[in-house]
Design a protein around this ligand. Sequence first.
Ligand code: XIL
Length: 382
Amino acid sequence: MHKNKLTIAILLGMSSLALGCNDSAEQSKPTLKSQKAPDQLTLKAQFKDNFKIGTAISRDQILGALPEDLNVAKAQFNTFTPENSMKWERIHPELETYDFEAADALVEYAQENSQELVGHTLVWHSQTPDWVFEDDQGEPLTRDALLKRMQNHINTVAGRYKNRIFAWDVVNEALNEDGTLRESKWSTIIGDDFIEYAFKYAKQAAPNAKLYYNDYNLYKPEKRAGAIALIKNLQSKGIQIDGIGMQAHYSLDNPELSLMEDSIVAYAATGIDVMITELDISVLPFPEGEEQGADISLDIALQERFNPYPDGLPSEVNTQLGERYKAVFNILKKHDDKVSRVTFWGISDARTWRNDWPMQGRTDYPLLIDRELKLKSFVSDL
Ligand code: XIL
């Protein structure tokens, strides 16, 4: 047996012992949600009639360095997205070098557990090495050469997992806040049609995978208009797009949830699936104007006043978080005919990227599972 497979097999064995988390425990639960103690609940059971419920999973988590995290992930979620392991800089760090270790392990894990895996992501301006856009002299590639490189990458990565990955985030974050196309090396060297090529290449490499466009701030009306234009452009050219992923890195005050709802309805009207792909709700204060979005290049210097809860979350703020989550899930459940999946960006507060973005070294509490790997008390009300 392959070493990773062995590790995962052992972890899976252990996971069935996890307290209150195994499938038989789920079946014996009382039907009224409000009667369940939080440690008897599972998220995937709670929302089983609404949508798939997922998490991002890190290299350490999937390779067995954090077995308790993996146990909880298996118990609570039924769809997974690699947090970083399939991004270009990780899976294809040099021209002739691919690193499939974590990605392979995750694909095997998902297959063995019949769980849906969403590949993230094939074409993005972030976490993509500079060499991708340069020739061996360090000069910018031509349009044709960059298209060829994109195609090779997609063939190698999406082709490797053909029929084993349920879906791909084909293109990530190609839009500006005003809905126009973002200027990136992809768009400057290839042109705006890089998106069309990415989807065509993905279809060729993995003909049975669902193909998605994924972005942040997709609740914003202007960005929404840009995303709808992007979807309709692909559709008008007969290029397959199956869904749109709304990242949903939110805070207690932002966004106004009616905008999120309007976007869900508008995207669904184009005939494709709508998914919430990276949900987390920060409870921390943000410097003016920085409370929205998910531009990963932001790195604001740490200041104490933006890190008010290093030793624990006051119960009134936890209550506020619960109310905010309830409002979000009320909308998602209302539109569960349109929303096929809700994925959280991380398993627990202990290891969420929100502790380090957009300011490194803070203590945030944005997820439904706390630092002790317990479901938060308000989950039963969602
Ligand atoms: C984040 C990861 O969580 C971090 O570990 C990494 O350092 C930066 O990227 N939008 C996306 C995700 O599509 O891939 C990003 O993930 C968060 C924003």
